[in-house]
Write a protein that binds this ligand. Structure first.
Ligand SMILES: NC(=O)c1ccc[n+]([C@@H]2O[C@H](COP(=O)([O-])OP(=O)(O)OC[C@H]3O[C@@H](n4cnc5c(N)ncnc54)[C@H](OP(=O)(O)O)[C@@H]3O)[C@@H](O)[C@H]2O)c1
Length: 268
């Protein structure tokens, strides 16, 4: 079981391997998270939009594992761009999950989903208002770290001067064949840890004939190679699965991709 961690800018440790839970409905997520915790996962990625914070919280609370050993993330709905709504939504997530705190809470998207990268409005004031609510919750001890998701450099620049506490994380889509190098370098300069969502390309990477030879070279599955690729880029990876065999496979990462192959995979 891969159990390495890295530090966020505020000193909080974040496990480099997480279980993604998008599209795992609330009635099934408790079992999936329990299985993952039994296997050894200690980082679970949820969101208000996934409608499964209740089951995630239930699994964490009843796991028998000390709460401080599990890292739980949620995200404020992309459509919330208002201080009061954001503040209420954090309290609602805590209530629904039954957790005393989240380890990480993100702004899910800089724009509402139906406008994402299609509208010129980057919701500068709205994101600043949501950030203020997250900052207060962070200061009140309801959240141990705060960040953003799907933010381009311009969105981070827009937020930065108004942010008394700077974002610690930017969770974006990163996988073999989808490596946003400029954004990764930009975030690194600002001390923001990137997180890789869709590290398996939402499942499409598994059969990609260009990736298969790399996996064969290391004697691992494509899924293992893709998860380790993101981690070796220096960021947590969040593969989603409900299948216990896949959970075990994705956590079996005792191999190292060479620098040369990392470059080749980045260039795919
Ligand atoms: N912040 C955001 O806007 C955002 C957006 C998207 C995703 N996310 C987060 O990132 C997580 C991961 O992204 P994702 O769910 O889109 O896709 P993903 O993790 O890239 O891929 C998931 C797919 O891969 C399959 N899979 C997983 N492990 C496998 C293995 N070892 N062998 C073969 N197939 C395997 C899964 O099927 P099985 O279930 O059958 O194993 C599933 O179909 C999400 O669950 C969510 O937590 C965040």
């Amino acid at each position: 079981m891969y159990s390495e961690t890295m530090k966020l800018s505020n000193g909080v440790d974040i496990p480099l391997l997480a279980l993604g839970t998008w599209l795992i409905p609330d009635e099934r997520v408790e079992a999936a998270v329990k299985t993952a915790l039994d296997i050894g996962y200690r980082h679970i990625d949820s969101a208000q939009a996934y409608g499964n914070e209740r089951g995630v919280g239930e699994a964490v609370r009843t796991s028998g594992i000390p709460r401080e050993e599990i890292f739980v993330t949620s995200k404020v709905l992309a459509e919330i761009k208002d201080y009061d709504e954001a503040k209420k939504s954090v309290d609602r997530s805590l209530r629904v999950s039954g957790l005393d705190y989240f380890d990480l809470m993100l702004i899910h998207c800089p724009q509402p989903w139906d406008e994402f990268n299609s509208s010129p409005d980057r919701y500068i004031e709205g994101n600043r208002a949501v950030w203020r609510a997250l900052t207060e919750a962070y200061r009140d001890g309801k959240i141990r770290a705060i960040g953003v998701s799907n933010f381009a450099a311009v969105d981070i620049d827009n937020l930065w001067p108004a942010a008394e506490v700077k974002p610690m994380v930017n969770q974006v889509s990163i996988a073999v064949g989808n490596t946003p190098r400029a954004l990764i370098d930009f975030c690194a300069e600002k001390g923001i840890v990137m997180e890789a969502y869709c590290p398996l390309g939402h499942g499409s990477a598994i059969k990609n004939p260009k990736i298969v030879p790399f996996a064969e070279k290391y004697g691992v599955t494509v899924a293992q190679l893709c998860v380790k690729y993101c981690i070796q880029l220096g960021m947590p990876a969040l593969p989603k699965t409900e299948n216990p065999d896949h959970m075990k496979n994705n956590a079996d990462l005792a191999f190292t991709i060479s620098d040369e192959d990392m470059k080749a995979l980045e260039a795919l």
